[in-house]
Design a protein. Structure first.
Lengths: 254, 245
C-alpha cells in the first residue's frame, strides 16, 4: 500500500500539523467558552423558569420557557445560519486576530454566538434539574435566618444545585466539543473544518498528485482520534466523580 | 434586506413552498430510517452489554465509546468521502441514514443497557427458575418493566437524531436546513432570510416539541410514582415497627 505510506507522509509536514493543532485549540476554547457562558445564561433562565410563579413575574417564566423550548427543538445549524446573517459583529472582530482573516474572525464570532445561545438552553435544563434537587426546606431555612432573595440564591441554593450537576455539566462539555464541529459548515476555524480543508488539498501534501481513499482514512481517522482522546478522558473524569458520589452518598436532606 | 414583515419575502417563500416540502420529506425520510437502524443497533448492543459475557460486553463498550466520543459530522464525512473516493458512492440520503443510525444507535444501546440494569436481579433469576428461555425472559418479564424507564431518554435521542439530520449539509445536503440555506442564498430565490428560517425552524419545532414534551411529562410522572412507592414502603416499614412495639 504505497498510497497509505504517502498519506502518512503528510504528518511529516510540520506546518500542516501546526495548522491542525491550532484547530484543536480553537475547538477546545470555543467549547469551553460556550459552556461557561452557557452556565451563566442558563442559570438565569433556569431560575426564571423555576421560581417566577407569581403575579406579573410570570411573564419572565414564559419568556425563559419559550427560549429554552425553541432552542432545544431546532437544530444548531439553523441558528448558526441565522447568526451568520443577523448577528451584529463588534468592531474588534473586523480585523485579523488569532491568525484568522478578518472574514473568518467575524464568522467565528457569529457562529460562537449561535453555539453559546444553543448551549445555554441545554445548560438551563441541566441546572433546573439541579435546582429541583435542592430541598424546599433550604429556602425556608434561609428566609428564617434573614437572608434576602439574592443571598439565598448565591450563597445557599445555587452552590448546592451546581454541586449536584457537576458531572452532567462536564458531559455537556463533551457534547459541546462535538457540536462545535458544526462550525465547519460556515468557516474553516476549528478541527473538523481544518481536516476537511487539508483533505481537499491532500494531493499537494501527499506527494502523489491525487487524493486517495487512504487520505480520507488517515486524515479523518487522525481527527477522530483527537476528538476521542479529549472526550474519552473527560468522560472518565465524569465517571470517576459519579463513582465517588455513589460510594459516599450525601446525607439525605429530610 | 429581508425584513420579517416584508410581504414580498413571504410571497417568495410561498412560491417556492415545494422546496421546503421536499426538504421536510428528505429530513423525515432520513430520520425515519435512521431511527429504525438506531433501534436495531441499540437493541443488539444493549443486549450484548447486559449479557454478562466478557467479549460481548467489550465489543459493545468499544462501539459505544468510539461513536459517542466523536462528532456525528465527522462520522458522516468519513463515510461519505471514504465511499466517494473509492468509487462506491451510495448517495447523500443513504449516507445520512447510515451515519445517523450508527451514531444514535450508540446512545440507544446505552439507554437500553441502563433500562435493563435498572431491573432487580431477582426478576432475571425468577424468570430463569420458571423455565423461561432468554428471549421469553427478555420479552415477557424484562421488557414490560423496563420499557417505561427506557422510553423518555429514547424519545430524546429520536429528537436529537431529527435535529442532527442537518449534518447532511456538509456532504452536499438534501435535508430541510440545507435546502433552506440554498434557497436563501440562491441566485433567483435569494434574500428572503427571515421568513425562510422561520418556516424551517417552525417545521422542526412542530415535529420535535411534542416529542420532548412527551418525554419530560412521562419522566415527571415516573419520578412521582417512584416517590409514592418509596413513601408507601417507608410508611409500611414504620407501621411494621410500630406493630412490633
Amino acid at each position: 500500500m504505497s498510497n497509505l505510506e504517502a498519506s502518512f507522509s503528510m504528518f511529516k509536514n510540520v506546518n500542516l500539523l501546526i495548522y491542525i493543532g491550532k484547530g484543536v485549540l480553537f475547538t477546545l476554547i470555543i467549547a469551553v467558552i460556550a459552556v461557561l457562558l452557557g452556565i451563566v445564561i442558563g442559570s438565569v433562565l433556569a431560575i426564571l423558569r423555576n421560581y417566577c410563579n407569581h403575579g406579573p413575574y410570570r411573564i419572565f417564566r414564559w419568556l425563559a420557557t419559550m427560549y429554552i423550548e425553541i432552542f432545544r427543538n431546532t437544530p444548531l445549524l439553523l441558528w448558526i445560519f441565522i447568526c451568520v446573517v443577523f448577528c451584529p459583529s463588534p468592531a474588534m472582530f473586523n480585523r485579523k486576530i488569532f491568525g484568522l482573516t478578518s472574514v473568518e474572525a467575524k464568522l467565528l464570532w457569529k457562529a460562537a454566538v449561535a453555539l453559546i445561545l444553543f448551549t445555554s438552553s441545554v445548560t438551563a435544563e441541566i441546572i433546573r434539574g439541579g435546582l429541583n434537587s435542592v430541598a424546599h426546606g433550604q429556602f425556608e431555612a434561609a428566609h428564617s435566618q434573614g437572608f434576602n432573595i439574592v443571598q439565598t440564591f448565591t450563597l445557599i441554593i445555587l452552590p448546592q444545585a451546581f454541586r449536584n450537576v457537576v458531572p452532567t455539566l462536564l458531559s455537556q462539555v463533551i457534547t459541546t466539543i462535538k457540536d462545535s464541529s458544526y462550525l465547519a459548515n460556515v468557516a474553516v476555524i476549528e478541527l473538523m473544518a481544518r481536516v476537511k480543508q487539508v483533505l481537499s488539498a491532500a494531493s499537494q501534501y501527499n506527494g502523489t498528485g491525487a487524493i486517495h481513499t487512504s487520505d480520507v482514512f488517515v486524515l479523518f481517522g487522525f481527527a477522530a482520534l483527537i476528538y476521542f482522546i479529549i472526550n474519552f478522558s473527560l468522560s472518565l473524569v465524569v465517571r470517576n466523580i459519579q463513582a465517588k458520589r455513589k460510594r459516599r452518598p450525601r446525607v439525605a436532606a429530610e | 434586506m429581508s425584513g420579517i414583515f416584508s410581504a414580498r419575502a413571504w410571497d417568495k417563500v410561498w412560491t417556492y413552498r415545494s422546496t421546503f416540502a421536499l426538504g421536510l420529506f428528505n429530513t423525515v425520510r432520513t430520520a425515519f430510517f435512521g431511527i429504525l437502524l438506531a433501534l436495531v443497533l441499540g437493541i443488539i448492543f444493549g443486549l450484548m452489554a447486559t449479557s454478562g459475557k466478557k467479549p460481548l460486553k467489550f465489543i459493545s463498550r468499544v462501539y459505544v465509546e468510539i461513536i459517542q466520543n466523536t462528532p456525528v459530522l465527522l462520522q458522516c464525512c468519513f463515510l461519505y468521502y471514504a465511499l466517494a473516493f473509492s468509487n462506491h458512492s451510495i448517495g447523500i440520503i443513504l449516507t445520512g441514514i447510515i451515519s445517523l443510525g450508527v451514531y444514535t444507535g450508540a446512545y440507544m444501546a446505552e439507554v437500553i443497557r441502563a433500562g435493563i440494569e435498572a431491573i432487580p436481579v431477582g426478576q432475571f433469576e425468577a424468570a430463569s427458575s420458571q423455565g423461561f428461555n432468554y428471549i421469553e425472559k427478555m420479552y415477557y418479564i424484562i421488557l414490560p418493566q423496563s420499557i417505561k424507564i427506557i422510553l423518555p431518554p429514547m424519545v430524546n435521542q429520536v429528537v436529537n437524531l431529527i435535529k442532527n439530520t442537518s449534518c447532511l449539509y456538509i456532504i452536499g445536503g438534501a435535508d430541510l436546513i440545507s435546502l433552506t440555506y440554498s434557497f436563501v442564498t440562491g441566485e433567483n430565490t435569494g434574500g428572503a432570510y427571515a421568513p425562510a428560517y422561520i418556516v424551517s425552524g417552525l417545521l422542526f419545532f412542530v415535529i420535535c416539541f411534542p416529542l420532548t414534551k412527551f418525554a419530560s411529562t412521562w419522566e415527571a410522572y415516573l419520578k412521582k410514582m417512584d416517590q409514592r412507592i418509596q413513601f408507601a414502603q417507608h410508611t409500611t416499614i414504620e407501621e411494621g415497627v410500630a406493630a412490633n412495639e
